[in-house]
Design a protein around this ligand. Sequence first.
Ligand SMILES: Cc1cc2nc3c(=O)[nH]c(=O)nc-3n(C[C@H](O)[C@H](O)[C@H](O)COP(=O)(O)OP(=O)(O)OC[C@H]3O[C@@H](n4cnc5c(N)ncnc54)[C@H](O)[C@@H]3O)c2cc1C
Length: 526
Amino acid sequence: MSEFEKIETDFLVVGSGIAGLYTSLQLSGIGEVKVITKDEIKESSTEYAQGGIAAVLDKEDSWRLHKEDTLEAGDGFCDEKAVEVLVKNSSKRVKELIELGTQFDYIEGELDLAREGAHSRRRVLHARGDATGQEIRESLTKAAKKDGEIELFERMFLIDLITNEQKIRGALCWSDERERYVVYSTDHVILASGGCGMVFQNTTNPKVTTGDGVSVAYRAGAEITDMEFIQFHPTAFHSSNGSSFLISETVRGEGGLLRNEEGDRFMLEYHEDAELAPRDVVARAIVKEAKKFEKDHVWLDVTHLDDDFLRGRFPKIYQTLQDFGIKMAEDLIPVGPSAHYMIGGVKTDLHGSTNIEGLYACGEVASTGVHGANRLASNSLLEGLVFGKRIYEKIAEEDIEKERSGEFDLDLPDFQEETGKAADLKDQMRELMMDKAGIVRKEDELVELIKRLEDGIKSVEDLKGFNPEIWESKNMLQVGKFVSKSALMREESRGAHYRADHPTKNEDWKDKHIVFDREHTEGYVT
Ligand SMILES: Cc1cc2nc3c(=O)[nH]c(=O)nc-3n(C[C@H](O)[C@H](O)[C@H](O)COP(=O)(O)OP(=O)(O)OC[C@H]3O[C@@H](n4cnc5c(N)ncnc54)[C@H](O)[C@@H]3O)c2cc1C
C-alpha cells in the first residue's frame, strides 16, 4: 500500500476555471476552501474564451428575449426552468464579477455590448478585445489568492472521489509536486473540472479537457446525461502542422464571410442567417463544402475590413495568425470545425446538486439543462457564475459539519513513470472519435467505434501501476463511450447531434434523455 498525505477541508473545489474560482470565492465566506487544479492555474477553457459573456444589460434587452434566444439555440431541448434561472441572474452575477475586479471593454463610458450569432440583441461583454476569458481568470485568481480562506494547489490531479453510502467523504488525488498521493477529507466536493474537448482529435480546448470530472463522478455513482450533445465550433484555424485555435464567432459577427475552395460565399445556400446561423448548421455546411473539394477546411474572409479595426478588435487572433504568417486584412484564413463544448455532463438540479450527497457540479462539467441540444454562444461563462452562486446559497443553508470521521483505508496502486502505451491509446481514440462520433454520425460507424473503445478500456485496465497519463486515458475512453453510446441510442438529429441515417428531428425523442450510472453502464432512456 502506498503512503498518502491527508488534508482536511470544509470544501474541495476541483478546477481553476471560472466555475471553480468564482464558486470558491463565494464559499470562502462560510468555510475553508481548497482549490485543486491538475496543471497550472491558468490552464483551463476559461483562459481561452474569446467572444465574451452574455448578460441582459441593454435597455433594448430583457431576460425574456435572452430566454427565447437560448431556447431557440437549444432546439426544443432546454430545461426551461434552468434557462430562466440563468437569464434572470445574468446581470447581477456579471456586475459582481466587475466588483471582483474584472475589467470589461467600455465605449464612451458604457459597457461595449457585442452581438453574437443567434443572439437577438447586443448583450455580450468582452474584455481586452478578444481576451475575455484571460481577463476573467486573472481577476478571479487575484481575488482568490488574496482570500485568506482559499488555498490553491497546482498540479494536483483528482483521481477518484471517496464516498460512503452515496455521501461524499473525500477525494483521492496525486500531487506531481509532492510526488505522492493526497487525500482531501471533506463532506463537500464541487466539481468544476470543465469539458472533454481532448477526446476529439480536433479541438479548440486546452489539453486539460480530458473529461476527468464526468468519469470520476460516474465511478463514484453519479448520473451522467446528454453526452451525445457535443458542440463543434465551426471556425477553428486549421494550420498545415495540425495545430488549431479558435477564431471567435464575433469575427463573423463583425462581417467575416465564409468561402469555399473556389472563393464562393456559400452560407446563404444553407441558412437565412448565413454566416451567423446556429453553430451546428455552420459546422455541417463547412464539412460539406470542404468535402466537395476534398479538403478539411474552407476559408474565412475579412479582407474587406480595415486593418486597424481588426488589430484593435481582435488583438489575440490577429497576433496568433500573424505568427502563422497570415495577415488578417490581406489573406484568407483556413478554418474548419473542432470539438468545442460538452453540453451534457454530471446531472444536477437547479442548485448544482448531484444524486450523491455532498457532491456538486458546476460549469461545463455539469448538465443543468440550460443548453438543451445546442449552447447559445457566451452562455457558458455565465453558467459557471450563476450556478456557482446557487451552489453556495444551497450549502450556506446547511450546518457545515466541522467534525469529519476522517479515517481512510485505501489500497493505492504503485505510481509508475512509463506512459507510452496510454499516450498511444489516447491518440488512437481521438482520431476515431473525430471520424466516427464527430459532426456527422452513422449507426454502423458508431457500433464499430464503441467496440474499439471497449477494447481500449480493457487495455487500460491491463496496464500495471498508475500515473496521470493512464488516469486520463481511462477517463477519456469512458467519456468517449458515453458520447458514442448515446449518439447511437438517439435515433434522430437535434441541435449539435446529427445522424446521417436519421437526419430529422423525431418528436418521440423531444423530452427523452439518455442517462448512465453504475447500475446502467450501457445507458437508459428517461
Ligand atoms: C477557445 C475557447 C473559446 C471559448 N469562448 C467562449 C466565450 O466567448 N464565451 C463563453 O461563454 N464560453 C466560451 N467558451 C466556453 C467556456 O470557456 C467554457 O465552457 C468555460 O470556461 C468552462 O469553465 P469551467 O470553469 O467549467 O471549466 P474550465 O475553465 O475548463 O476549467 C476546468 C478546470 O478543471 C481542471 N481539471 C480538470 N480535470 C482535473 C482533474 N482530474 N484534477 C484536477 N483538476 C482538473 C482543469 O485543469 C481546469 O483548471 C470557450 C471555450 C474555448 C475552449
